[in-house]
Design a protein around this ligand. Structure first.
Ligand SMILES: Nc1ncnc2c1ncn2[C@@H]1O[C@H](COP(=O)(O)OP(=O)(O)OP(=O)(O)O)[C@@H](O)[C@H]1O
Length: 238
């Protein structure tokens, strides 16, 4: 799924953001990537998305080896990752439905498929009744769930959430984390990048600690619960 081997990232100007990181995230895992401000979390994320390239080392994401990936393959590789950005990145002039549908339209998916898939994913995140609302009419937590629905629209094997609790209230943080947990239980790999140690501690999942560009600890996952059905994801979303 995601493999980093001795990955180093030195930015122009000489700052070493990642200093020889090696890790493997396998199919079906739920992983927190935890670190203080400046530890290298955003750089880690940018490397996974191929927005930045490694100075040294090997990166493989969903079977794409970045030392060999062709430019034309990059959009396909990115589509295999569902990313929920910290600032949600929703289009304010489009409804919740249109924001999610847009992600499908840009990949030339037939309209008929869009009409059935968008309500399905909005329902999964508990937003069936808000499909016609515009982002400014939605709460922070709801906007985040639209962003999550959009991230899920192509059924990616991996969902990455960047500081998912950064811009929402503490109660909603638990809600979004429970939703991510439910999504993980139906088989999607979930990677949560955060600086919130308490959040990671609450959920007893594998936690990779990054400090000054290095992995300083990597706990094993807690006991995994039984797999649940997609309908149980909907229950969590309500
Ligand atoms: N484009 C860039 N050019 C030069 N240095 C950079 C660049 N981006 C990040 N850095 C530096 O790399 C180091 C790691 O930054 P990074 O943004 O990855 O950390 P972070 O853990 O995501 O921090 P935060 O939680 O504050 O976003 C920092 O010292 C930062 O100043």
């Amino acid at each position: 799924m995601i493999e980093f081997k001795n990955v180093k990232k030195v930015y122009p100007g000489g700052i070493t953001a990642l200093d020889g990181i090696s890790l493997k995230i396998d199919r079906g895992e739920f992983v927190f990537v935890l670190g203080h401000s400046g530890a290298g979390k955003s750089t880690f994320l940018k490397l996974i998305l191929h927005e930045e390239t490694a100075t040294e080392g090997k990166i493989v994401v969903n079977g794409y080896d970045f030392r060999r990936i062709k430019n034309r393959q990059i959009p396909y590789m990115r589509r295999s990752l569902g990313v929920v950005f910290q600032d949600f990145r929703l289009i304010p002039t489009m409804t919740a439905y249109e924001n999610v549908a847009f992600a499908m339209r840009v990949t030339n998916i037939p309209e008929k498929q869009i009409r059935s898939r968008v309500p399905y994913v909005l329902n999964l995140v508990g937003l069936k009744d808000k499909a016609r609302s515009y982002p400014p009419e939605l709460s922070g937590g709801e906007q985040q769930r639209v962003a999550l629905a959009r991230a899920m629209v192509h059924s990616p094997p991996i969902i990455i959430a960047d500081e998912p609790t950064g811009n929402i209230d503490p109660e909603l943080s638990v809600e979004i984390m429970e939703l991510l947990t439910a999504i993980n239980k139906v088989g999607t790999t979930v990677v949560v990048v955060t600086h919130e140690q308490e959040l990671a501690a609450q959920f007893h999942q594998r936690t990779i600690y990054i400090e000054k560009g290095e992995v300083v600890a990597d706990t094993s996952a807690g006991l995994r619960d039984k797999l649940v059905s997609p309908s149980e994801v909907e229950v969590v979303a309500r």
